[in-house]
Ligand binder design. Structure first.
Ligand code: SF4
Ligand code: SF4
Length: 363
């Protein structure tokens, strides 16, 4: 029997966090913890795109109070809009990390997988090294997997360029879900908290309608958690391919009779599912995503410290001789360097990412 905590997220967020840890977390004393919020884009929490900073702060403090030896908080933002520290700062999450923010794209390891769509993933070493992974997802719809809950939040393990490439290689909802589940299975989180202080419906993971709601879900079973969220949205989780495929892979259960719900929450009133969003499955979108996935980073020498951090390029495409030089033949367009460069000396070609995103979302 899987357990899902469902409750109102009131002002006592630290108390609720302690209750969740009592219920679902193992002993953390001496452990390495990775906290993975949703830091999709550089917008404040009331725009409903990212995990609310109050929840991040409460999680960090709870891990600290329970004696975690090492805490890292990080995510790879969705696009190519700046390094992850900047995106975390503008979304209020950097401050909430209380010194534990870590750009997880900084060290990536190539992990071979068996999938029709990809041969391997570049996975953050911080994820593979963690004893306890706390997935801090944010409740909103997404056109590909219905809810950006426990499973979809883990697409954030991929730096921005690889996200675009993944969308292109596995174009369409089912293919994307299969690829996502393969990525998720590399290292499933130990606990997911799905926060809904503000929620987004009608379109997502960005650009939909945002309303305050104030609900919270938590579980060790990612499938049960996402299924419960979808029920709160007024939908049947059995119709969501990502979840039925996740059950087949043994990642959890979506059957209501196998889920013990702790607490109670009324269904979200007037929840509206996306009306459009087939764009991720169209050939036109595929071409734009392919273009996005082939962009090469640009180096701004005047901004470079030079700190040598970019020697963490996962394929060794950067040489730092006074300033960094990128070997475009070797470069796999992952944009990890742009994500972790502390001075934003490496960026996407000016205006290109924005232009492509605009065209995709106009479809
Ligand atoms: S480009 Fe960024 S990461 Fe690389 S050496 Fe310069 S400042 Fe450091
Ligand atoms: S140089 Fe290319 S391959 Fe290396 S980190 Fe940057 S984008 Fe990725």
């Amino acid at each position: 029997m899987s357990k899902v905590l469902v409750s109102k997220l009131n002002e006592d967020i630290p108390q609720q966090m302690a209750r969740i840890f009592d219920e679902f977390a193992p002993t953390l004393a001496g452990k390495k913890v990775l906290i993975k919020p949703n830091i999709l884009c550089p917008t404040p929490p009331e725009e409903g795109n990212t995990t609310h900073p109050d929840v991040v702060r409460a999680a960090v403090r709870e891990c600290k109070a329970r004696g975690a030896a090492d805490i890292k908080v990080g995510d790879c933002p969705g696009g190519l809009e700046g390094n992850s520290r900047k995106v975390a700062r503008l979304s209020g999450i950097l401050e909430a990390c209380e010194g534990y923010f870590y750009p997880i794209a900084r060290r990536l390891t190539n992990v071979p997988v068996t999938s029709r769509w990809v041969d391997s993933f570049y996975i953050p070493e911080a994820l593979l090294e963690a004893d306890f992974v706390l997935n801090l997802a944010h409740l909103k719809v997404t056109v590909q997997t219905t809810v950006t809950g426990a499973i979809k939040n883990c697409y954030g393990y991929q730096p921005g360029g690889l996200k675009a490439q993944g969308h292109f290689k596995a174009l369409g909802k089912r293919r994307f879900s299969d690829m996502l589940l393969t990525l998720f299975s590399v290292r499933p989180p130990d606990l997911t908290i799905l926060e809904g202080i503000y929620i987004m419906d009608t379109l997502g993971p960005r650009g939909g309608r945002v309303r305050p709601w104030g609900g919270l879900l938590a579980s060790n079973d990612p499938v049960a958690l996402d299924a419960t969220a979808i029920r709160l949205m007024g939908q049947d989780p059995a119709g969501e391919y990502t979840l039925t495929a996740a059950v087949e892979r043994g990642l959890g259960t979506l059957a209501q009779e196998e889920i013990q719900v702790i607490g109670h929450l009324d269904p979200i009133p007037d929840f509206r599912m996306p009306e459009k969003g087939g764009f991720y499955a169209t050939a036109e979108a595929g071409k734009l995503l392919q273009q996005m996935g082939e962009l090469k980073p640009v180096v701004y020498r005047e901004k470079c410290s030079p700190c040598q951090e970019c020697t963490y390029c996962p394929v060794g495409a950067i040489q730092v001789n006074g300033y960094p030089v990128i070997d475009e033949e070797k470069c796999i367009s992952c944009f990890a360097c742009a994500d972790f460069c502390p001075t934003e000396a490496i960026q996407a070609p000016p205006g290109e990412f924005e232009r492509l995103m605009k065209q995709i979302f106009q479809m």
